[in-house]
Ligand binder design. Structure first.
Ligand code: ARG
Length: 458
């Protein structure tokens, strides 16, 4: 059969070329947006007197019927159709006759596809914001539960200073809060309507782009028709934001994997979020966390796919741009799954505070506090740092730890040392004294939790 666009060419194409050219197998995801957009277009055309009201009524009734039939599984997508836009128009014309052919007045698939994609990603962005918010909640709840569980804080993956598990979890809550903020910000620029840019140059019809944009819930319209049809910044921005979210989830996954290893054993992931080995009976593998970490790579790839597809394109629409969809759909679907999975892992995991504490006790992570003790007694920090370092080195040599080294030994390094030093280097004291804003003390972590909860409540 000749194509709907038969004219300049006979519209007869090779099957191979059709399959290559067709995008319906992935852009059918946007059927709801395509049909909703067309309903608004019909309303605009009749309001502006470009088509008769009765024609608009027929178009709208036909489109509503198609939408509900797809929703109810009565109407299947035709894989031989070029794309979702052609499919809807073709079914509409089959159902309501020639009046269906009036729908495509004063628009083009170029502005239509840009519209559909913005609308589709807008609603998925709302979904991502919701999921990310639920994840922040999960971090916050767990942090509350473990706000006094002492663990080693690391730099260079070397034990550095004592912190609490709650403090560590709240670090991720802060990252996700920024991610939510970025999604909201990106949504603002996404939420302007390109419909009415037409093929590239605008139209001679007396259309009302603002009215159509308003019907579809947009905050405004794109102000240059060439830009309107060729802009995919909103997708790039969204994928950049998703890449950042995935980076955060991947770092957390890496920690879950480390913490659940026998070498650490700081946490126990729930059986419901782990797998066994087909050969090694003792294994409990953190597959979900590993997959989140692994999928981060493909999401980065999605972003690079679109950036690269766009980089050499002259204005305005080029068919290369059809390659904009699979990557962004993949990113969106992947991050949504990963947000859910991460939330599930957090909610069901159990910390093992005894092991965290044990690890914190052996690594001289109170050495900074020993130096601070001397500083508080009047010694300059550099000198105090040197003395404390010397004590640590000797302890390591003699198999001792700071907590049990006798006062008489301490006195050999400085006569400033008194009995009260032991309280000062007690891990609990080390944590409790870090009351600076954002610090690790229970009070500081509680303040962080309160802050996050207030933001979420807004
Ligand atoms: N399927 C196309 C896409 O996704 C729709 C736009 C086609 N426009 C055109 N002039 N061929 O980009």
């Amino acid at each position: 059969m000749a194509k709907m666009w038969a004219g300049r060419t006979g519209g007869i194409t090779e099957k191979l070329a059709d399959d290559f050219n067709s995008s319906i197998r992935f852009d059918s995801k946007m059927y709801r947006e395509d049909i909703t957009g067309s309903i608004a277009h019909a309303k605009m055309l009749s309001k502006c007197g470009i088509i008769e009201n009765s024609d608009a009524d027929a178009l709208i009734a036909g489109l509503e019927g198609i939408l509900s039939d797809i929703d109810n599984g009565i109407l299947d997508f035709d894989p031989d159709c070029e794309d979702i836009h052609m499919f809807v128009e073709q079914v509409l014309t089959e159902r309501i006759g020639d009046v269906g052919k009036k729908l495509h007045t004063a628009r083009s698939r170029n502005d239509q596809v840009a519209l559909d994609l913005r609308m589709y990603l807008r609603s998925r962005t709302d979904e991502m914001i919701e999921k990310a918010t639920a994840l922040v909640n999960a971090y916050t709840e767990k942090a509350e539960e473990y706000k006094s569980a002492i663990m080693p804080g690391y730099t260079h993956l070397q034990r550095a200073q004592p912190i609490t598990f709650g403090h560590h979890l709240m670090a991720y809550a802060m990252m996700l809060l920024r991610d939510i903020d970025r999604l909201r910000d990106c949504r603002k620029r996404m939420n302007v309507s390109p419909i009415g840019c037409c093929a590239l140059a605008g139209t001679t019809y007396n259309t009302d782009r603002f009215y159509e944009a308003e019907l579809l819930g947009f905050d405004g319209i794109t102000l240059n028709s060439l830009d309107g049809v060729s802009d995919r910044d909103f997708s790039v921005e969204l994928m950049s934001n998703i890449a950042l979210i995935m980076m955060h989830l991947s770092r957390f996954s890496e920690e879950l994997i480390l913490w659940s290893s026998w070498e650490f054993k700081f946490i126990e992931l729930s059986d419901s979020y782990t797998t066994g080995s087909s050969i090694m009976p003792q294994k409990k593998n953190p597959d979900m966390a590993e997959l989140v970490r692994g999928k981060t790579g493909r999401v980065y790839g999605d972003l690079i796919t679109l950036l690269t597809a766009l980089k050499g394109l002259p204005l305005a629409y080029n068919k290369d741009m059809q390659e904009d969809k699979e990557c962004v759909f993949d990113s969106v679907e992947t991050v949504i799954m990963c947000l859910d999975i991460t939330k599930g892992m957090i909610e069901t995991m159990k910390a093992i505070p005894e092991n965290m504490l044990k690890a914190a006790q052996k690594g001289f992570i109170n050495a900074t506090d020993l130096a601070d003790y001397l500083v508080k007694k009047g010694m300059p920090f550099r000198q105090a740092y040197k003395i404390s370092g010397g004590i640590v080195a000797d302890c390591i040599k003699n198999g001792q730890v700071l907590e049990t080294l006798p006062l008489s030994e301490y006195k050999k390094y400085s006569d400033v040392f008194e009995e009260d030093l032991y309280n000062e280097i007690d891990l609990k004291t080390c944590v409790e004294k870090r009351i600076s804003v954002g610090g690790t003390s229970v009070a500081s972590v509680e303040a962080q939790i309160k802050y996050v909860k207030e933001i979420l409540a807004k």
